[in-house]
Design a protein around this ligand. Structure first.
Ligand code: ADP
Length: 595
């Protein structure tokens, strides 16, 4: 019950008043059906033993007010009236059944769309720091598989709702017709409920285990795709695939157990219900000497009620099979809203003066500071290189500049405005980031560079220009499909250097103020390196450039080098300055020269 209301609440948050429309339609359908069925009794009566062809309606029990209502309208319960009444009741019922089914479908789509929008936009607004700690497999499995399961769960839940309403209304009507008989049956139902409770509990557990295995499966799968070349080349693929197979087995074992439980539930429910009714009839007729005609309508209504109870059981069990998915989605959406990106009110248009980092310290979540009291200013069009040992905080610092991470202490000022006051995305749109592992979408060259800009003359000219600037012109000309060439998964059809140049092209196509280069640690072929160098030269004075430099030979020409050591600025100045005043820098240069 508690579980039912908890889930009812969940649907209520997404659907609002619509939930009550479904309940209301269910009540009307059941009442109409009950009345329609009740009309069989006068029919039997007329067929059996009335001489005047008019039924008395004695069997109606407390529903006798209906017969009175007919009398008030001046109608006798003759065969014509009874048959026309049946037609009207069942006709109206059909209409409401249609309405209810229609609403359910519409609401289902409404619910699923709402949920998909919430999760997708929630992920888009998810803070980077939270994402960095998140389990990618879980994120992917929740948004794709689990949301799908929840959509099915929604259908099952509307069936639960419908059957529950029907059960209550039929049982209510039966109670009105014959209270004693109905109470006996209800007691019987409650007594046998324990069997189903056991099935429900186990199903719920299996469903949670299923979701966990599905998350793990997605996590492994994502990595198998991402690391494909490595796994293949090192002969580890089959070993890795076995890990995936184990998860597949877990998933299927859980699915099978739930299926078996479902089969048991489905098989035993009808015999159980009939057994209860048979026992109660036997008691009533043999022990209490009641006539069978008095319990006839109550029995039929109960049979209907039992049908709903069975439907309820099946639907509830199916719904519980999606329990794990519901929990996952609930937890996930809670996490998304908890870690939603904060937004300032001002829109950033373009950089005019530069950036300032004032006394910035930063620690990942509750951990110790990895950046300590950084003071740094970057003037517009300046070229800065960040150097330092691995783990000294270069990437973290750049992520703070991009607004991906918020300083734990101190503040970032952009043109003198506190970054927290800006709509951060408007600032990020003016940033080009050339990452170590170049970003290549599995799409055409044109779409990769223009980020899916419409293919018109103007954009094509701009495209050709940046292709030339990033030394990719020759590559395009050599492809039979030119700009429509497909680049393959993660750019598998490109060389390392081409991927680098492609990501530079994309950033040049975008109108940006700040370019961030996270120089590849692995040495590019010297030709590509030279191209990138000369591009950096060519971009001088047009962009503000921050390079995370790993090879010190590439940064001789920059305006300023910032040397980081264990999260602190150890020294700052030109190459010559640092060679003179920083022992650490000198040591790093010598070490690289030796290699
Ligand atoms: P660099 O770019 O100079 O190699 P980073 O900025 O990547 O250095 O890392 C600085 C420190 O922060 C390191 O000690 C690293 O372990 C830690 N760090 C980086 N990313 C995370 C993260 N997502 N969660 C926790 N610690 C992190």
């Amino acid at each position: 019950m508690r579980s039912f209301f908890k889930n009812f609440n969940l649907f209520h948050t997404y659907l609002g008043y619509r939930v009550y429309v479904l309940v209301f339609a269910g009540v009307i359908i059941t009442l109409l059906d009950g009345l329609g069925i009740a009309m069989f009794l006068p029919l039997l009566e007329i067929a059996g033993h009335t001489s005047d062809g008019v039924a008395t309606g004695e069997e109606f029990g407390k529903l006798f007010f209906l017969v009175n209502l007919y009398a008030k309208l001046g109608l006798l319960l003759d065969i014509r009236v009874v048959l026309i009444s049946m037609l009207i009741f069942f006709g109206l019922k059909g209409f409401f059944v249609f309405l209810e089914a229609w609403f359910s479908t519409v609401y289902r789509h409404y619910f699923v769309r709402n949920l998909r929008h919430t999760t997708i936009m929630g992920l888009a607004n998810y803070k980077f720091i939270a994402f960095a700690q998140a389990d990618a497999g879980r994120v992917q499995s929740t948004i794709s598989a689990q949301v799908g399961a929840v959509a099915n769960g929604f259908s099952h839940f509307t069936q639960v709702l419908r059957n529950m309403v029907m059960l209550v209304v039929y049982a209510g009507m039966a109670l009105l017709v014959n209270p004693i008989f109905s109470l006996y049956v209800l007691v019987g139902v409650v007594l046998t409920y324990g069997v189903f409770l056991l099935i429900y509990r186990t199903t719920k557990k299996k469903s949670s285990a299923l979701s966990t295995s599905q998350h793990a499966f997605h996590r492994l799968l994502i990595q198998q795709v991402a690391m494909f070349p490595y796994l293949k080349a090192t002969g580890l693929m089959r070993f890795y695939a076995k890990k995936l197979l184990r998860k597949v087995d877990e998933i299927e074992d859980n699915q099978r157990s739930m299926g078996v439980l479902h089969a048991i539930g489905t098989g035993i429910k009808e015999p159980l219900v009939v057994a209860i009714i048979v026992v109660v009839i036997l008691i009533q007729v043999n022990v209490m000497n009641e006539s069978i005609s008095v319990i006839l309508l109550a029995m039929v209504l109960f049979y209907r009620a039992m049908g709903s109870a069975m439907g309820l059981q099946t639907a509830w069990n199916s719904f519980l099979q999606t329990h794990g998915a519901f929990e996952s989605v609930k937890e996930f959406t809670k996490g998304l809203s908890l870690w939603k990106e904060d937004q300032g009110e001002f829109t950033f248009t373009h950089l005019e003066e530069g950036l300032r980092l004032n006394n910035i310290s930063f620690g990942y979540l509750d951990r110790e500071f990895v950046l300590k009291d950084i003071n740094l200013s970057v003037k517009k069009h300046e070229r800065i290189a960040l150097v330092g040992h691995s783990g000294s905080g270069k990437t973290t610092l750049v992520n703070i500049v991009c607004g991906l991470l918020r300083p734990t202490q101190g503040k970032l000022e952009i043109d003198g405005v506190d970054a927290t006051k800006l709509k951060i995305e408007s600032f990020q749109r003016r940033i080009g980031y050339i990452t170590q592992d170049p970003v290549v979408f599995n799409d055409t060259l044109y779409n990769n560079v223009t980020f899916w800009a419409p293919k018109n003359r103007e954009n094509l000219i701009k495209f050709s220009k940046v292709m030339a600037q990033s030394a990719l012109q020759e590559y395009v000309v050599n492809q039979s499909k030119r700009e429509d060439t497909l680049l393959g998964n993660k750019g598998m059809n490109l060389s390392g250097g081409q991927k680098q140049r492609l990501s530079i092209a994309r950033e040049l196509y975008k109108a940006v103020d700040i370019l961030i280069f996270d120089e590849a640690t692995s040495a590019l072929d010297s030709e590509t390196e030279q191209i990138i160098q000369s591009q950096l030269e060519a971009l001088k004075g047009k962009y503000t450039i921050i390079t995370i430099a790993h090879r010190l030979s590439t940064i001789r020409e920059v305006d300023r080098i910032v040397l980081l050591d264990q999260g602190e600025v150890a020294a700052e100045g030109t190459y010559a300055d640092l060679m003179e005043k920083s022992d650490l820098f000198k040591k790093m240069v010598h070490l690289q020269a030796v290699k």
